[in-house]
Write a protein that binds this ligand. Structure first.
Ligand code: EPZ
Length: 421
């Protein structure tokens, strides 16, 4: 079995380019199905999740090839309306292909994604929105059978700013008849990036970034060239790693305005942070102070995906840090593993209280989900002695070559097969 071997106690020094955003690349790859032509998606991160999306694109009839940091998607040919459940199971967010396939083909057949490690993750808001656009959706035995000759525009009020439901509705409405208005929409930067891609493909989408999005339906879209925005959660992860381990790190090709709440908390914890155009510099002694309560919220609030990395940084901070997770019902699965390293954390429901400890100690731990896995790596960098981290399939879903990046900054970290010396 493969694991990361990390010997902690080494501060991080140097510069790191931030990868393209996973949570932007995925909906944009799905959007390429809408475009009758060749789309060029630059700065597309190399991740197991984007590879899974590419398998789906090929399965439904698109030609996909790579060139440097760009993915080329040719969807000029006929698109098949079916995604086999083996591909749906590979990646929970495959549901984002539902809207584009239904809009492009007039039908879509796929299995419902089901829950994942961090929560039940229902798709009721996705289905409600598509039904409002006129889709007939039959749900049977975990399968979705959807039909709509042509989707008809309407007003959709989302009771919660779900990122996925907002994206699926934008995508479906692009080929609908008339103007769709989505109120209560998610405002994440990834939604704005999707709008930019759709408009480059001949769509007419406005309002992304606000809670009201308007989509003027078109007969068809064409291929487009687009550069994916930097990954704000990867940036937050690297900053939390430097905060915890100490050091002096410059991130470039990053948009700090996308993660202000994270910068605010790291400053409260005593890190010295400077921001510039596409640049953030952090300096930390590794001796941190506890932050005021961290409550996760939809954008522009504190991102739920940055909760585990920031918790890892708070483990050795002086004082107590409170975390409240308001987005997902089981997003503290990293806590028992952090306790193995000597962390002092009490949880109750969706609240966790972290009492800062003097030291963490290396241990054998297993990641249960993507961001929880990042928290284990960060804690291991700050710990005394060696840690072994298993469950790397979770990390590889969201970080491109994490250990190489950290090793470049001076960390003692290596991916090894059990039994390797
Ligand atoms: C996106 O997931 C991200 N994934 C998640 O990142 C992120 O945590 C999440 O948004 C919130 O910011 C991608 O973009 C691929 P939601 P998504 O729909 O779209 C409930 C990571 O680590 N809900 O905004 O699935 C849902 O259960 C991942 O990179 C419904 O009840 O998130 C959850 O509690 C993890 N019904 C809440 O809303 C619905 O129909 C937020 O979900 C849809 C959602």
């Amino acid at each position: 079995m493969r694991s990361l071997h990390v010997t902690g106690g080494k501060p991080l020094f140097g510069a790191l380019r931030v990868q393209g955003a996973k949570n932007s690349a995925l909906p944009i790859l799905a959007a390429a199905v809408l475009a009758e032509g060749v789309s060029v998606i630059r700065n597309c991160p190399r991740l197991t999740d984007t590879e899974a999306a590419v398998r789906i694109l090929r399965e439904v009839g698109c030609r996909v090839w790579e060139d440097g940091d760009a993915l080329y998607v040719d969807s000029s040919g006929p698109v098949r309306p079916e995604i086999p459940s083996r591909l749906m199971r590979e990646m929970r967010s495959s549901v984002i292909f539902l809207g584009p396939i239904l809009a492009r083909c007039g039908e879509a057949r796929l299995s419902a994604p089901g829950g994942c490690e961090i929560g039940a993750r229902p798709i009721d808001l996705h289905l409600r929105a598509l039904r409002s656009l006129g889709a007939e959706i039959e749900e049977r035995g975990g399968n979705l059978n959807c039909r709509a000759k042509r989707l008809r525009a309407c007003r959709i009020d989302l009771p919660f700013p779900s990122v996925g439901a907002t994206e699926n509705t934008m995508l479906a409405a692009c080929l609908g008849e008339g103007e769709t208005v989505i109120t209560g929409a998610a405002r994440e930067p990834e939604i704005q990036d999707l709008q930019a891609f759709l408009n480059a493909a001949g769509g007419s989408v406005t309002g992304a970034g606000s809670s009201v999005i308007r989509v003027q339906g078109r007969e068809r879209l064409h291929g487009a060239v687009h550069r994916v925005i930097p990954d704000r959660i990867a940036a937050a992860t690297w900053l939390a790693a430097c905060a915890a381990a100490g050091g002096d790190l410059r991130l470039y090709d990053t948009e700090w305005r996308h993660y202000r709440p994270v910068l605010h908390k790291l400053r409260e914890m005593g890190c010295d942070l400077q921001t510039g155009e596409n640049l953030v510099r952090i300096r930390s002694t590794g001796k941190l102070k506890a932050a005021s309560p961290i409550v996760t919220r939809p954008y522009p609030g504190f991102p739920t995906d940055a909760q585990p990395p920031l918790m890892a940084a708070a483990l050795t901070a002086e004082g107590t840090t409170a975390f409240q997770e308001t987005i997902f019902e089981s997003r503290f699965r990293h806590v028992p593993e952090l306790r193995r390293m000597g962390a002092d954390i009490r949880t109750e429901g969706r609240t966790a209280l972290v009492w800062g400890v003097e030291k963490l100690y290396g241990a054998e731990v297993t990641a249960a989900d993507l961001r929880g896995g990042a928290a284990l790596v960060i804690a291991a960098l700050a710990a005394e002695g060696e840690s072994r981290i298993y469950g790397l399939q979770h990390l590889d879903r969201g970080y491109t070559a994490m250990e190489e990046s950290l090793a470049e900054l001076g960390a003692e970290i290596e991916r090894k097969e059990d039994g390797d010396g």
